[in-house]
Design a protein around this ligand. Structure first.
Ligand code: BGC
Length: 352
């Protein structure tokens, strides 16, 4: 793991203590110094309060293996859990909620000590929570955030993720930081296309909203030429960008993608259309996948936002251990957030 990423990871671990070890917090700290001091005091109370037992069986349900970001995330989970001596089984939900429900039931029948679940559908949260509650299995939900109200049904349940609005805001700021604030053709407005993830997912909803909001809040006029769902998928990102480039041509100044995999697809279409990122079009994603970091470094993506898979995996395991140690979580304090980080050509080396 590279330098800054390790520092970021250390920061996230600190937040993890703040959230899971001490006074559980439902929001990310406003600044890193706040995170550190919160972590210090939380570390003290964590040391007093919970003895996390290690070892035991952990079932991990991933919504689908064929997702670039969740692949990094699941590999990190596996490494951390196995490194701590847990017996880990990770299963592929194949983007099928009925299949995932069966997998959860199978894990329960097999007597797992804890579950880490990346739901297929956010809308299935009630069903999942009631199943794990009935079986009394400590559970960490990841990546697809249920409402605080839904989680309040079970006090041995925590959600670990990020504040999706923050990633959207950072994407907007990446555009605001360009020489012309996104208005390449100087017509007084930023004309963009939005390639959205799965719109059922709050990450997709909030990134879509807050990326554009950042521009508007800075007083920049915007024009949406198109918004389409690309379901987090590289090929769909490529197709949408290709069609839009054929339809809107030079009108498109900014391509917002809710994740990097779709941005990599969009980049293929941009290059095929003879356009040049950072010269006649801007392109931003989220995740900081290795491929996207390379494109940011090569000047072929304007920027991305680190969605810290390693930090979230560490956090998820820390919370799981808190639950295994007997800690329960009060309603309203069941969401634990890891910070996003803006990645630009200036700092990209720190993440590679
Ligand atoms: C990531 C996407 C991923 C999705 C899966 C998001 O947070 O940015 O890349 O496909 O989670 O739910």
């Amino acid at each position: 793991m590279k330098k800054l990423a390790s520092i970021v990871l250390a920061g996230c671990m600190a937040v993890s203590l703040a959230a899971c070890g001490g006074a559980a917090s439902s929001s990310a700290p406003a600044s890193s110094s706040e995170a550190v001091s919160a972590a210090e005091s939380a570390a003290e109370s964590a040391a007093e309060s919970v003895e996390a037992p290690q070892g035991g069986k952990v079932g991990v349900c991933i919504y689908k293996f064929d997702d670039a970001f969740m692949t990094t995330y699941r590999n990190a989970l596996q490494e951390i859990l196995e490194g701590k001596g847990y017996e880990v089984t990770i299963v592929d939900g194949n983007n099928d909620q009925a299949k995932q429900n069966e997998q959860i039931n199978t894990f329960i029948t097999q007597g797992v000590d804890a579950l880490i679940i990346n739901p297929v559908m956010t809308s299935a949260a009630d069903q999942i929570i009631s199943t794990v509650k009935d079986a009394d299995i400590p559970t960490v939900l990841i990546n697809r955030e249920p409402t605080a109200d839904q989680m309040s049904a079970y006090n041995k349940l925590v959600y670990v993720g990020c504040d999706a609005a923050q990633s959207g805001t950072f994407q907007g700021e990446l555009i605001l930081d360009t020489a012309n604030k996104g208005d390449i053709n100087g017509d007084g407005k930023v004309s963009y296309i939005m390639i959205q993830g799965d719109p059922e997912n709050i990450d997709a909803q909030l990134r879509t909203e807050y990326s554009v909001k950042a521009l508007k809040d800075a007083g920049v006029e915007v024009e949406q030429l198109d918004l389409q769902r690309g379901d987090w998928d590289r090929n769909k990102g490529q197709e949408i960008a290709q069609n839009d480039l054929a339809k809107y041509g030079n009108q498109i100044e900014v391509v917002f993608c809710n994740n990097d995999d779709m941005a990599i697809g969009a980049l293929q279409a941009i290059e095929a259309a003879g356009r040049k990122v950072n010269e006649d079009i801007y392109l931003v994603g989220v995740d900081a996948l290795d491929a996207a970091l390379n494109e940011v470094a090569n000047g072929k993506m304007t920027g991305t936002v680190l969605n810290d898979a390693n930090g979230q995996a560490s956090q998820a395991v820390a919370c799981m251990e808190e639950l295994l140690g007997g800690k329960t979580f009060e309603a309203g304090s069941q969401s634990v957030y890891v910070d996003y980080v803006k990645v630009t050509p200036e700092n990209v080396k720190d993440f590679q």
